[in-house]
Design a protein around this ligand. Structure first.
Ligand code: HEM
Length: 125
């Protein structure tokens, strides 16, 4: 039973990290597209779909791990991750509409990724 629980959580971890890769891969592409003032629709679509599915995977698997590993307790680090998730999701609007903010958005995106990983691995508080 314990082994089954761990297995489940590991599947969620795989989903979680794959989802995160999708978000950051897509945002990188979208930021570059925006900074180049490109009107390319295919890249915009790929970015929207990949980041959208990635965000969904991260959220579903995050709650999966929360229930398997933490009895659905909303520790402060979990709340912080949810806030990061919301901010990340909203960033796509700025990425697509504000090419002049591309450079800042690049580093903010990376910083949010770092924070989410830090919170998930270190779990402070
Ligand atoms: C893009 C945003 C996110 C990134 C990059 C991210 C990344 C990570 C990483 C790298 C881990 C460590 C996996 C492991 O060592 O097992 C982790 C764990 C976790 N994350 Fe996230 N995460 C994100 C968003 C979220 C969200 C929105 C939730 C909401 C519930 C969440 C909940 C968790 C939980 C519960 C764990 C398990 C911690 C443990 O091992 O006990 N994460 N996350």
């Amino acid at each position: 039973m314990t082994m089954l629980k761990t297995m489940d959580a590991r599947i969620y971890t795989v989903m979680h990290i794959t989802g995160a890769f999708m978000i950051f891969l897509a945002y990188g592409g979208l930021i570059v597209r925006s900074m180049l003032r490109s009107e390319d629709i295919l890249v915009r679509k790929m970015g929207a779909i990949t980041s959208g599915v990635g965000l969904l995977l991260v959220l579903v698997s995050g709650f999966g791990m929360l229930s398997r590993l933490h009895g659905n307790t909303f520790h402060p680090w979990v709340i912080a991750k949810l806030i990061i998730w919301l901010v990340l999701g909203g960033l796509i609007v700025l990425i697509n509409r504000k090419p002049e903010m591309g450079r800042a958005l690049w580093w903010v995106t990376l910083l949010l990724g770092f924070l989410a990983i830090y919170l998930g691995v270190i779990k402070p508080g």
